[in-house]
Ligand binder design. Sequence first.
Ligand code: ADP
Ligand code: MG
Length: 216
Amino acid sequence: MKNILELENINKKYEQGSETITVLDDVSMSVKPGEFGAILGPSGSGKSTLLSIIGALTNPTAGEVRLNGRNVHYLSKKEQTNLRLEEIGFIFQGANLVPFLTVEEQLQLIGKLIHQKNQITKYAEDLLAHLGLTDRSSHYPEQLSGGEQQRVAIARALMNQPNLILADEPTASLDRDRGKSVVNLLANETRKRNIAAIMVTHDEAMIENCDWVYQM
Ligand code: ADP
Ligand code: MG
């Protein structure tokens, strides 16, 4: 099976005054469709930096990231924006929902950004039903529990039918049981859709259901 994602010798250094800090030192990995993987490490170990390099939000100092064979750091800014809109779903700690949009509107916004003119409402409704959020669709984020907010964040990340989901500490604001159910939901969606997902976490309790674990 072909790799959906390949990282080859990723390095990231930051200059701080006269000092050079090496955050990532020759990180390589390959990911196949249907795989739900974890990047595990303590705070400050470079997990978020690595995820933002994979998502073409940060340039590496050296090395290559290929998504479906395309080197994401060789693209123009506009091409990178389109790549993120069309091929990647992002999920962040604390869900990062827009406070003044309802659940349904959060999803529709993504549909509009990718010019999915027809079908937006239908697809959003189907996703919300699928994730057990139908009776929450007209609620605002502050009216939802932490677990519900993360389920909305998963629905939103799936809205553009991505090939790759990048989740940065998606369970950090949840208790252990709710955290695990969010992780299992993400794992199931990843496998069922035959896409790939990478979850960053510092919590070993969250990696049970992963196909691979990269230890930082
Ligand atoms: P993690 O997500 O594992 O907690 P990060 O990727 O956020 O780790 O950070 C890794 C290291 O890189 C930290 O020491 C952090 O201070 C440093 N770092 C992150 N971003 C920058 C930056 N823009 N400039 C300088 N140092 C940074
Ligand atoms: Mg982090």
